[in-house]
Ligand binder design. Structure first.
Ligand code: 1GP
Length: 244
């Protein structure tokens, strides 16, 4: 089964949760310990990546450690062509479609494509749309941020990217955002597209997770919360609230 098939099966009748771990924030061993807690709490898959401090080596070490610890799919969530792991199960082949820098939109993807084909990792195309406040990825990605209440622009990007063949749409508020993507924006985008909708950035409570889920998120991503969470009960609650 491909990772995409696994995802499609999980979201056929509901939503799923993905845990994002940034190899720049902890060692591979620590990532594996967090991953075990997340698996026990019900997470469905792992994304690995981050905006800065990422190398092929720390990505591979993290991928191997998480796989050994959990057996769940590991998806690379890339920051650029300078670091590409060979040991992830799949990667989002993504475009930061509202970047002002063409490197983020298509040049980096062009630069990496032959190498990615050679290593044979599964690729899943994804439209990455960075919204306010955007946080680090908004800065590093030089995003022309979608305003928090600019639902028409979000729909335009999402639907346009689906029409161009993107397999996933990700609405990103930025890691550590004070407020996640609004439920109004999630619902409006979900109503227009038919590909899976990923929501992330600033989801750190069961209420925020359930709000995103009920608004129409197919996949809910949490990173900062998981990395900081020492309360396993809370971890279970946030992951359970993300899933149907
Ligand atoms: C970042 O959307 C993800 O790309 C996760 O954000 O770290 O705020 O959970 P958080």
């Amino acid at each position: 089964m491909t990772v995409k098939e696994y995802i499609m099966e999980r979201i056929e009748n509901g939503s799923m949760h993905m845990t994002l771990l940034d190899p720049d924030k902890q060692s591979a061993e620590e990532a594996a310990k967090i991953a075990i807690k997340c698996k026990d709490a019900g997470t469905d898959a792992f994304m690995i990546g981050g905006s800065t401090g990422i190398t092929s080596e720390n990505l591979d070490a993290t991928a191997v450690a998480i796989r050994e610890a959990t057996g769940l799919p590991i998806i690379y969530f890339p920051a650029g062509p300078h670091a590409i792991p060979t040991k992830a199960d799949a990667m989002f082949y993504m475009s930061l479609v509202n970047s002002k820098n063409l490197d983020m939109v298509i040049r980096s993807q062009a630069m990496a494509s032959r190498y990615v084909k050679k290593i044979g990792v599964e690729t899943m195309s994804m439209a990455y749309i960075v919204c306010e406040p955007g946080m680090k990825v908004g800065e590093v990605g030089q995003a022309d941020l979608v305003k928090r209440d600019d639902i028409d622009t979000a729909i335009g990007y999402a639907l346009g990217c689906e029409m161009m063949g993107m397999e996933f749409v990700y609405l990103e508020a930025g890691s550590g955002a004070d407020e996640p993507i609004s439920p109004e924006m999630i619902k409006a985008v979900k109503d227009e597209i038919s590909v899976p909708l990923i929501i992330g950035g600033g989801i750190s409570t069961p209420e925020a997770a359930v709000t995103a889920k009920l608004a129409g998120a197919d996949i809910i991503v949490t990173g900062t919360f998981v990395e900081r969470c020492i309360d396993e009960h809370m971890l279970r609650n946030v992951i359970a609230a993300s899933k149907n």
